[in-house]
Design a binder for this molecule. Structure first.
Ligand SMILES: [Zn+2]
Length: 433
């Protein structure tokens, strides 16, 4: 359907207002308008409201199918991915995930093992229509010396298909070893990476956060936190991160993931925290599928009573940039997943109510994470940008979000790609117990 020439006209496509800045059209109540897209030499040369007549010869009529820009997945763990067959989570809890992953990392994460699983994940994401991804890399010694070089190789290998970024990942108590953490920050800076830690309530949390900010400032790094991935209302490290950002006068980008406990706190505390988060210009990413899996897991096998996700609506209402992302895939933190951002958006719509109205929620998997990741022109459809988009079958939200859209067309640089999902059997030899 999409010509291999990379130059053509698509007519009668359905575009969303939130993803098409500059399109002057009559958008309907769902935010959609019919439009025509011209592609020349792999780039979008124009996006205009649909015209019934005057279509150039050879125009392809898409019959009102939805077209979205390629996805941006700003929080993943492709160094952990796909180890489930050899290291499942024994009981579905957060502690079960932490312990199983630690044991697997120590015993099995050679450069070859990490590289092959990463490449598998990237092929999945590419086939589903993802154009940029940030992964966290477990960086507890000695893993940082194994995984960062693998990341650098993988980033080069995938350049032009998936823009890959990496953030280091370690519990914030690791910062207490100042010399080692300083070395890690240098290593991250050398790889053009992002400085990341996991925060939870420790007596010296504020001091440790100051260390993290000091290293980020020293090396000119953006920051990426895992914060408060728990139902304990006493977990307020999101607020502590915002205070530390203000206190340290930090000017880089800060992304904070999870923030689950915020949803368990009294309204007045929540409002105070959100004021600080907005003032400190933090962005927040929710990981709805992983949260649904791990949060409120009950030892007595009773039914979970909450969804596990943070307060994205309240954040967005305050102007805080909010995103959703894949997080873990087929590892002890999440037994499922395939780095399919349409699945993430579909699940987020249901879990987080990205509907009634849909509004600009589609930006949470496209242009908002692109801005956080400093990727100009990613996650939107506009004249002059690369012709990187996904053509779906669905012509409305209910059609788009009811089926897996396994037959979607992914267009990169104007051409439809081969959408080949790798076979799990490829990893069998890595999964021998
Ligand atoms: Zn994560």
């Amino acid at each position: 359907m999409i010509p291999a020439s990379g130059s053509y006209h698509l007519a009668n496509v359905r575009l969303h207002a939130s993803l098409t800045p500059g399109l002057a059209a009559a958008f309907d109540a769902d935010g959609f308008a019919l439009a025509d897209i011209a592609v020349a030499d792999g780039r979008i040369s124009s996006v205009v409201a649909h015209r019934q007549s005057n279509t150039p010869a050879g125009t392809i009529d898409l019959g009102g199918r939805i077209v979205m820009p390629c996805f941006v997945d700003c929080h993943t763990h492709i160094d952990k991915g796909h180890v489930w067959p050899r290291k499942p989570n024994p009981d579905g809890t957060f502690m079960g995930a932490l312990n199983a992953t630690g044991a697997d990392r120590t015993a099995r994460w050679s450069a070859d093992d990490v590289a092959r699983r990463m490449d598998f994940s990237l092929r999945c994401a590419y086939a589903h229509g993802t154009r940029a991804m940030r992964t966290h890399l477990d960086s507890v010694a000695p893993q940082e010396e194994i995984s960062w070089p693998v990341f650098e190789t993988m980033r080069e290998k995938w350049r032009g298909r998936i823009e890959l970024q990496a953030a280091c990942l370690l519990g914030i108590e690791g910062v207490r070893d100042r010399k080692w953490f300083e070395r890690l920050a240098k290593r991250v800076a050398a790889a053009n990476g992002i400085l990341g830690v996991v925060t939870y309530m420790l007596p010296d949390l504020e001091e440790l956060l100051d260390q993290v900010f000091a290293q980020a400032i020293k090396h000119g790094l953006d920051l990426d936190f895992h914060a408060d991935e728990t139902d304990a209302a006493s977990a307020i490290s999101l607020k502590k991160i915002a205070e530390a950002a203000l206190w340290n006068g930090f000017e880089g980008n800060i992304l904070v993931g999870h923030c689950c406990s915020l949803a368990r706190q009294p309204d007045l505390d929540v409002l105070d925290t959100l004021d600080k988060v907005a003032k400190a210009r933090l962005a927040v990413v929710s990981l709805p599928m992983c949260n649904l899996y791990l949060q409120d897991r009950r030892a007595d096998n009773t039914t979970p009573r909450w969804r596990g996700v943070t307060l994205l609506h309240e954040m967005k209402a305050r102007g805080i940039p909010v995103a959703v992302a894949s997080d873990n895939t087929r590892d002890p933190f999440y037994a499922y997943g395939d780095l399919d951002m349409l699945e993430v958006y579909r699940m987020a719509t249901r879990i987080l109510h990205f509907d009634h109205p849909v509004g600009d929620w589609p930006q949470a998997v496209t242009s908002t994470p692109a801005k956080v990741m400093r990727l100009d022109g990613f996650g939107m459809l506009a004249a002059g940008s690369a012709a990187d988009f996904v053509v779906f079958r669905g012509r409305s939200w209910t059609e788009l979000l009811s089926r897996p859209e396994s037959d979607r067309i992914v267009v990169r640089d104007g051409r439809a790609i081969e959408r080949h999902l790798p076979d799990y059997a490829e990893l069998d030899e890595l999964m021998v117990k």
